[in-house]
Design a protein. Structure first.
Length: 228
C-alpha cells in the first residue's frame, strides 16, 4: 500500500519539521519507504485534506493520520517489522515521554533557535513562523534569542535524565533504538538542520548518542546537512 508523508520544506529543500523527523525514523524503523511531500508552513491549502493545519501527516492507502504519536501508533498496529514501543507498557511510557519532551524540552529549545529557523525559509514562511512563535512566547524572536548563551545552560540541565539513561545503555530505549529515541532526537535534529547554535557541548554523552542516531537507517538523519 502506498505511503505518503507530508512534512515541512524550507529553502534548498531543507526538511526541517521537528515532529516529522519522528515519523521519518519510525517509518525507517519499520522498513517502510514513503513518498515524501514537502509543504510550506504557510500553505494550509496543501494539507486541508487532513482536516487540520499541522504536519506530519501520513497517508497510508485510504487512511489519513496526523500527529506524530498517533502516526507511530498506527504504524505499530498496522505494519510489521521491528517494534517501535515493545508492547503496551512501552507504548504508554513512550506517550508520557512524548508529552515530557514536547512540554518541557521543546519550549526551552524553540526560543533559542526560532530566529535562525526563519533564515532557512522564504519570506512568506518566515513571516508565518515569526507570527506563531512571537504569539506563543509573547516576545520578538530577537528578544527570545538575546540571552541564549545563558539560556541554553538551563536546557542542557533539563536533559540530565537522558544522560543518566545513556550511562546505563547505548540508547534511551535500551540496547537498540526505538520510538523513545526518535522522540528526543527530533528536537535536536530540528536544531541541527535550522541553526548553527550549539545546543549540546562537545564531550556530552548526548552528542555521542546524537551521532549514533544520525547514523541509523543508512544515515537517514544526515540526508539533510547541518546548518553551517
Ligand atoms: N503534536 C503534533 C505537533 C505538530 C506540529 O506542531 N507541527 C508543526 C511543524 S513541526 C506544524 O505543522 N506547524 C504549523 C504551524 O505552526 O502553522 C505532532 O506531534 O505531530
Amino acid at each position: 500500500m502506498a505511503l505518503t508523508l507530508y512534512e515541512l520544506g524550507g529553502l534548498d529543500d531543507r526538511r526541517y519539521s521537528l515532529f516529522s523527523w519522528r515519523t521519518r525514523y519510525a517509518l525507517a524503523h519499520k522498513g517502510l519507504t514513503p513518498e515524501y511531500r514537502p509543504v510550506r508552513i504557510s500553505d494550509k491549502a496543501a494539507i486541508a485534506f487532513s482536516g487540520q493545519d499541522k504536519v506530519p501527516i501520513l497517508v497510508d492507502g485510504e487512511t489519513v493520520i496526523h500527529d506524530s504519536f498517533r502516526i507511530a501508533q498506527h504504524l505499530e498496529a498496522h505494519h510489521g517489522g521491528e517494534t517501535l514501543f515493545g508492547g503496551e507498557i512501552g507504548q504508554s511510557l513512550s506517550r508520557f515521554f512524548n508529552s515530557f519532551v514536547d512540554r518541557t524540552i521543546v519550549p526551552r529549545l524553540a526560543p533559542l533557535i526560532a530566529l535562525d529557523v526563519t533564515g532557512i525559509l522564504d519570506d512568506g514562511d518566515a513571516r508565518h513562523l515569526r507570527g506563531v512563535m512571537e504569539k506563543a512566547f509573547g516576545k520578538t524572536l530577537e528578544e527570545l534569542a538575546a540571552n541564549r548563551d545563558k539560556d541554553v545552560i538551563a536546557l542542557r540541565r533539563l536533559l540530565d535524565p537522558a544522560r543518566a539513561q545513556l550511562r546505563a545503555q547505548p540508547f534511551i530505549s535500551g540496547s537498540k533504538p526505538a520510538y523513545a529515541d526518535y522522540i528526543l532526537f527530533s528536537p535536536l535534529q530540528w536544531a541541527r538542520i535550522t541553526s548553527p547554535f550549539p545546543i549540546l557541548e562537545e564531550g556530552d554523552a548526548l552528542s555521542a548518542w546524537r551521532e549514533r542516531m544520525l547514523d541509523l537507517h543508512g544515515g537517514l538523519g544526515r540526508s539533510i546537512p547541518a546548518r553551517a
